[in-house]
Write a protein that binds this ligand. Structure first.
Ligand SMILES: [Zn+2]
Ligand SMILES: [Zn+2]
Length: 242
């Protein structure tokens, strides 16, 4: 019992940064979300939210009757219904909603359905994005990104006392030389496109921005990131911070 308390105290000393997908306030579970009818001290939702949050869930299954509906599992394994009440009733997302992929919903609130347990009622396309990666992969990549941000070291040889360059595709991996980048590429190329997606979350000011966030829309419909890249990206000189 005392060991458990000690562990909890330690984790309280090093809080998870607000932009890390593992942060439970910025990226809450379903029961951590504000209710659609309730004024909530943590999440002040209006046309200009002062606090931003995003629900993340794993897609378990999808069905289409009147509209696209998903069964989704949150970070703690709670399953809920996600129903698309967007203008096209979810048609824009239909091809992307595959089992095991991850759905992100900005400013999600708990909705009480008439004939189903509480879930999410999605109304705005621009607040929804589907990622072709598992939630676990995204959470792991996010941890990795923030750990590396704290202590930059070469992915190949662990050197820190030399000028490092970062992978230009994801800005999330550091190398001392082209040789080290080449050696790491087989291992990095799966993670690289995921890190690139996570940078969108990492660069937001979730606590103080006065602007509402939207997922960027691709000019020719929704941008679906490609899972694999084969070309070795360029390296960019080290920049301050991220
Ligand atoms: Zn190196
Ligand atoms: Zn990369």
């Amino acid at each position: 019992m005392s060991a458990l308390l000690e562990k909890e105290n330690n984790s309280a000393i090093t809080p998870i940064t607000p932009s890390d997908l593992n942060n439970p306030v910025t990226f809450p579970t379903f029961w951590g979300l504000p209710s659609e009818y309730e004024i909530n001290d943590t999440y002040l939702y209006s046309t200009k939210p002062r606090k931003h949050w995003c629900f993340l869930g794993k897609i378990i299954s999808s069905s289409v009757l009147v509209r696209l509906a998903l069964e989704v599992e949150d970070k703690e394994g709670h399953r809920l219904l996600v129903a698309f009440h967007t203008d096209d009733r979810g048609a824009a997302f239909l091809d992307q909603c595959k089992e095991g992929h991850t759905i992100a919903v900005l400013y999600a609130t708990q909705h009480t359905f008439a004939f189903s347990p509480p879930g999410l009622r999605l109304e705005q396309d621009v607040h929804v994005k589907i990622f072709p990666y598992s939630l676990d992969e995204m959470l792991e990549a996010s941890s990795e990104l923030f750990e590396k941000g704290m202590a930059k070291r070469c992915d190949g040889c662990d050197k820190t006392d030399t000028p490092l360059k970062k992978c230009s595709a994801c800005n999330g991996a550091w190398y001392c030389s082209k040789g080290c980048q080449t050696d790491c590429w087989q291992a990095h190329k799966q993670r690289c496109p995921i890190l690139k997606e996570i940078q969108w979350f990492a660069r937001k000011n979730w606590e103080n921005s006065v602007h509402q966030y939207f997922f960027p829309r691709h000019p020719r419909g929704w941008h679906v990131p490609q899972r694999s890249r084969n070309a070795l990206p360029n390296m960019m000189p080290q920049a301050r911070g991220f």
